[in-house]
Design a protein around this ligand. Structure first.
Ligand SMILES: N[C@@H](CCC(=O)N[C@@H](CS)C(=O)NCC(=O)O)C(=O)O
Length: 211
């Protein structure tokens, strides 16, 4: 049994896309991260910071997007979205996947918040270095881990899509647009988008009930 703790149009949407790619049965547990009264304290027993995503699979809790992605893609190998331990693409796969959470996301947030800091004071370094690195990687290879689509792309592409097209924090570089065009034609991506739209319509924050 697989339970997915989710909020539409949030950082958990990349995991929704991954679940659709894997084509495994799962149940939603909706967490309203935009509720006026906040996320219930009881959810802390699943996610220590009361954030989404989280999963519970056969009684095991997994939190943090990179960990969830690695867990799910390895646990459901029939989808072929995780290079095997001995596969030479595994190094790039893990690097890209963890980089999304440990460098890409915090560097963007710091940039958007206008945080002034010395690169060596924060583990995620500078926005400029992060940007150049992602650009270099995608210029060299069509996908996050090299020549083929992997679970790492559900995270990297979700991050690029949101921060470039919605947040407008990432510059609209051709290399990013071409990358998104490559992955966003995938049926699982479209299905996840559709599901999220339907779920968002039921969230008071988006449906106007909290206006
Ligand atoms: N480190 C977490 C971060 C997840 C995260 O920031 N989730 C946001 C969704 S965009 C959230 O739940 N925010 C609600 C809140 O902080 O109250 C991960 O990568 O899984």
């Amino acid at each position: 049994m697989l339970t997915f703790y989710h909020a539409p149009w949030s950082r958990s949407s990349g995991i929704l896309w991954l679940l659709e790619e894997l084509q495994v049965p799962y149940e939603f547990e909706m967490i309203d991260i935009r509720a006026r009264e906040g996320v219930p304290e009881s959810y802390r027993s699943i996610q220590p910071n009361k954030k989404v995503p989280a999963i519970v699979h056969d009684g095991q809790v997994v939190t943090e997007r990179a960990a969830i992605t690695i867990y799910l893609a390895d646990r459901f190998p029939q989808a072929g979205l995780a290079p095997a331990i001995e596969d030479s693409d595994r190094a790039a796969y893990l690097t890209a996947l963890v980089y999304c959470d440990s460098v890409f996301d915090p560097a963007i947030c710091a940039h958007v918040q206008g945080l002034k800091y010395e690169s060596n004071h924060y583990a995620f370094g500078t926005f400029a270095d992060m940007l150049a690195y992602i650009e270099r990687r995608l210029a060299r290879h069509p996908f996050a881990a090299g020549g083929r689509f992997t679970a790492a792309d559900t995270q990297l592409a979700s991050g690029i899509n949101y921060t470039m097209n919605i947040l407008r924090a990432l510059p609209e570089k051709p290399v990013f647009k071409e990358y998104l065009a490559r992955v966003e034609t995938r049926p699982a991506f479209r299905k996840a988008q559709q599901i999220d739209m339907e779920l968002a319509a039921k969230v008071p924050f988006f449906s106007g009930q909290e206006a």
